[in-house]
Design a protein around this ligand. Structure first.
Ligand SMILES: [Zn+2]
Length: 346
């Protein structure tokens, strides 16, 4: 759990009788997973006298098993992709129990759905007595990954949960869950840390300039900002900007640019490119340059653009972002987008 969620932590841990269904929400990259895992550990720890700290006593058998990834009273239901690519090792340790790991690891792309079979298996396991702790906990993460059948199956458990149990549904997008599920949960919305706190946290890993830029590119989510920094995205971004400038200055052809871009990480490029086009539109419409301006190179100010076509391009990027996790021809996508940008230049 991060220090910026202390208020929500207080709120949950001071409740006399906790609601059996909790929905933990909040925007991307602020530490929802860490918060949920800390809270699960706290719930499972029976050492009430010592539970004043943030995540259980850290001394009892329950805390030890939890840390080792082998606590029998904790059930974590995730999608294949979440478990296979988890940045927190405990997520894989627990998530894999409800997955066919051998079949998953043979797939080119692990699944993004939480299936009804996983929920059925959960219901079977969850109906038995708890083993170590006096409490049993389910964490479904992200809960919006459940398909309709899975949600319907879970509804029964939410309506008639076994005694001494808590179901936690973590989701950044509660609106994607059926109202029948939402209405049976107490919603806890985790707050954003705010710029000052986020920058202070990021300053352990990078200098001030990099922290400010990463945080802005990550829309204020400090964990996502760190991920961008760790993955070298700041350098990649400079490279994108230089490549676009080369195309706009006619040093390379649109098709050559599209070919280069198609070799990069397409989802990451689309995320950045949509933000870039948004800046370009804002600048053209308001004539006020945003603070952190990706289009600050003078070549952009020497060109005149059709704002209408830029809006069309913005929408098209949004469309591709929606389908980018499906099998998709990266070169056709980048060609389409680069040619649209070219045609927006008058
Ligand atoms: Zn403990």
């Amino acid at each position: 759990m991060f220090i910026w969620h202390q208020q929500e932590w207080q709120q949950l841990t001071s409740v006399k009788s906790l609601h059996h269904g909790l929905m933990i929400t909040g925007s991307g990259g602020i530490g929802k997973r860490e918060f949920c895992l800390s809270f699960v550990k706290y719930l499972l720890c029976d050492n009430t006298g010592l539970k004043t700290g943030e995540e259980g006593c850290d001394q009892c058998q329950s805390c030890e098993l939890f840390r080792a990834g082998t606590h029998p009273d904790f059930h974590l239901i995730t999608s294949e992709v979440e478990s296979a690519q988890a940045r927190i090792s405990l997520i894989s340790a627990y998530g894999d129990r409800y997955q066919n790991v051998l079949a998953r690891d043979k797939k080119a792309k692990p699944g993004k759905i939480i299936t009804v079979d996983q929920i059925r298996q959960l219901i079977r396991n969850f109906s038995t007595q708890s083993h170590i702790s006096s409490h049993k906990v389910v964490l479904i993460m992200p809960a919006d990954a459940m398909n309709t059948n899975a949600s319907n199956a879970l509804l029964k458990l939410l309506e008639e949960p076994p005694g001494n149990s808590t179901l936690i549904l973590m989701t950044p997008s509660p609106g994607f869950l059926p109202a029948t599920i939402r209405s049976r949960c107490m919603v806890v919305n985790l707050s954003n840390p705010g710029n000052h706190v986020a920058l202070e946290w990021l300053s352990q890993f990078m200098d001030q300039d990099a922290a400010e830029l990463s945080l802005e590119l990550a829309n204020g989510g400090p964990l996502n900002a760190k991920l961008l920094f760790d993955n070298g995205f700041l350098e990649t971004r400079s490279q994108y900007m230089n490549q676009l400038i080369d195309m706009v200055s006619s040093r390379i052809t649109p098709l050559a640019l599209a070919m280069d871009l198609s070799k990069s990480d397409l989802p990451a490029f689309l995320d950045w490119f949509q933000g870039f086009i948004c800046e370009l539109i804002t600048w053209r419409v308001s004539h006020v340059a945003p603070k952190r301006f990706d289009v600050s190179d003078r070549v952009w100010s020497t060109k005149s653009f059709s704002v209408e076509k830029l809006y069309g391009l913005y929408d098209r990027i949004g469309f591709y972002r929606g389908i980018v996790r499906e099998p998709i021809n990266a070169q056709l996508v980048t060609e389409d987008l680069v040619l649209m940008l070219r045609s927006a230049i008058r």
